[in-house]
Write a protein that binds this ligand. Structure first.
Ligand code: ZN
Ligand code: FE
Length: 242
């Protein structure tokens, strides 16, 4: 991996990601919920923010767009299907398009369901994918604007990425997701082992994201759902899980 990626925890459980490419001097912010901690994190490292990439329109993913753009004159890419809801967009992108940090390409992948136009950014050379609120550690996003069929397809598409791909999610939901995962698949030893590690990490105040495609294939009850019906049942059960 040639880029450097920094985690910025904001609000109650959001992660904003700051990605820097030393070769080009470019710095990209993924899903800035807010502006100030992001501007501070970049300034502290002497990085100039040149772009924002949004995965979907929810305020906790685009809330910092305008202020960061005003402060840095960066350009903003985001889902074309949600352009009316993200008025700060400069570049409307969709599945099959590419965006770049320096000379490094990110493939845009359509992952509708949490929102109708949700996209992910996959950087094959960096073995990195930014998934917003579609895939979480042991979880998936709620189906606000789409169907279980769509989310099932999303899970298959993401599971097809190389195993070693690092998965950057936009929230720290792992503990709550894992508690449900233990109920969904009580005989899955990989989930039991992971939960022990997750509980220890959270007790220390450590983050559990990024995760990886291989780890999610072994422990994520939504990525492991056999079909859309099973994903739908698991999503409904998790929605009401205490
Ligand atoms: Zn969201
Ligand atoms: Fe969110």
């Amino acid at each position: 991996m040639t880029v450097e990626i920094v985690r910025i925890p904001v609000l109650s459980d959001n992660y904003v990601w700051l990605m820097h490419d030393a070769a080009s001097g470019e710095t990209v912010v993924i899903d800035p919920a807010v502006a100030e901690p992001v501007l501070e994190a970049a300034a502290k490292r002497g990085w100039r923010i040149t772009q924002i990439w949004n995965t979907h329109w929810h305020p906790d993913h685009v809330g910092g767009n305008a202020e960061i753009k005003a402060a840095t004159n960066c350009s903003i890419s985001g889902p074309s299907a949600e352009a009316e809801r993200i008025p700060t967009l400069d570049h409307k992108v969709a599945g099959g398009d590419q965006v770049k940090i320096g000379t490094i390409a990110a493939d845009v992948i359509d992952v509708p369901a949490h929102t109708a136009g949700h996209i992910a950014y996959h950087l094959p050379s960096e073995k990195t994918v930014f998934v917003g609120d579609t895939l979480f550690a042991m979880g998936c996003g709620r189906l606000f604007e789409g169907t279980a069929e769509q989310m099932f397809d999303n899970m298959q598409r993401l599971a097809a990425l190389p195993d070693e791909t690092a998965v950057y999610c936009a929230h720290e939901y792992t503990l709550s997701n894992g508690r449900y995962a233990l109920v969904a698949e009580p005989d899955n030893e990989h989930i039991v082992a992971r939960m022990n590690a997750v509980e220890a990490a959270r007790a220390r105040g450590d983050a559990t994201v990024p995760t990886s495609i291989s780890l999610e294939k072994a422990t994520n009850p939504f990525m492991r759902a056999k079909n859309a019906q099973e994903l739908a049942e698991r999503r409904a059960a998790k929605d009401s899980f205490q």
